[in-house]
Design a protein around this ligand. Structure first.
Ligand code: GLU
Length: 321
């Protein structure tokens, strides 16, 4: 990573460069998400030693949505181990949309991809806890350890989604018919919907991502959250699945494991170096934030983060595109 002053300048430049972009749409299939302010745009870069550099609406809270899948997957991976998560949940991109029923049918009931809804609901069902309430509390406290602060539920988003998530309930029922989910599938959907409704900022996303970049130790609190092995496994899954069916395009352009969510957040992780959290609710047709993708692509180049670039010195030094 460049020096702190340099990172600050590059982050400010990225924010300024993309803040005028107005294409895309706010998600509205969860009614409460349709109320998002499309002008919001925040960026935070966290380095692996806990330095934080922000621009724009970096302290505005939004529901984490699908980005929760990455961190719950890590918590479940810690509990179940490498082989069990691979066998029961899978590590491959389905190539289909985040709420696809067909993906389950085409794969004989196997969820395949923990970063889309079916695989994520199955993952949540494996979360340790004797009751759904205990599973939920273990998720909330586990994700709070990643963020380095206690993060809380947005009750309005949770209620809005739970009243309108017939499709997720159908996915869970279908997984049950194939014996690919553990416990009561509707309980799993409820806990999953709660995890998606946790409120975060781009600062939280950057710290959570930097914890994965730093081998499982939160660089701000200095406390271990998960093992280095689970970080490695989680980042491998994010590389192939983190931006829905556009994950290949993303890896080709940006070269970082990442996860996006339909409320407009993206977290991108540079192993050993740090992480980038962005928020802008205007989405492309796959559900990925447009300004978030543009800003992260720019930062990956300007900070020299692409994991496939063999010569990081070739990273642009002037912060230009
Ligand atoms: N809670 C959302 C859902 O299940 C998350 C979707 C997403 O961010 O991809 O539909």
């Amino acid at each position: 990573m460049p020096s702190g002053d340099r990172i600050k300048t590059i982050v400010a430049y990225a924010h300024e460069s993309y803040s005028e972009h107005e294409g895309g749409q706010v998600a509205d299939y969860i009614p409460q998400l349709a109320n998002a302010d499309p002008s919001m745009f925040g960026i935070t870069v966290a380095d692996a030693s806990g330095g934080l550099y922000s621009a724009g609406d970096a302290d505005v809270e939004f529901s984490i949505q699908s980005i929760s899948k990455a961190f719950v997957y890590a918590l479940v991976g810690e509990a179940l181990g490498h082989n069990v998560v691979r066998e029961h949940i899978g590590v491959n991109n389905t190539g289909l949309s985040f709420n696809s029923v067909m993906a389950i049918e085409l794969n004989e009931g196997h969820p395949m991809n923990p970063m889309v809804n079916a695989g994520a609901i199955a993952t949540t069902s494996f979360m340790p806890g004797d009751t759904p309430a205990e599973q939920w509390e273990n998720i909330r406290t586990g994700m709070s350890r990643f963020a380095g602060r206690s993060i809380e539920l947005d009750g309005a988003v949770y209620r809005s989604e739970i009243a309108n998530n017939q499709r997720n309930k159908a996915l869970a029922g279908l997984l049950e018919s194939y014996h690919q989910i553990t416990g009561n599938p509707m309980d799993a959907v409820d806990v999953y919907t709660r995890q998606c409704s946790l409120l975060v900022t781009t600062r939280d996303l950057a710290v959570m991502g930097a914890t994965l970049a730093a081998g499982g130790i939160n660089p701000v609190t200095g406390k271990r959250v998960i093992s280095a092995d689970v970080c490695r496994d989680t980042l491998a899954v994010l590389a192939s699945t983190g931006l829905y069916e556009r994950s290949g395009d993303w890896l080709f352009e940006v070269g970082l494991p990442a996860k996006s969510g339909v409320s407009g957040g993206i977290v991108a992780i540079a192993p050993g170096k740090g992480a980038i959290g962005t928020f802008s609710p205007l989405l492309d047709s796959a559900g990925n934030s447009i300004r978030g993708q543009q800003a992260t692509a720019h930062l990956s180049r300007a900070l020299g983060l692409n994991v496939f670039a063999s010569n990081v010195d070739s990273a642009r030094s002037n912060g230009d595109d």
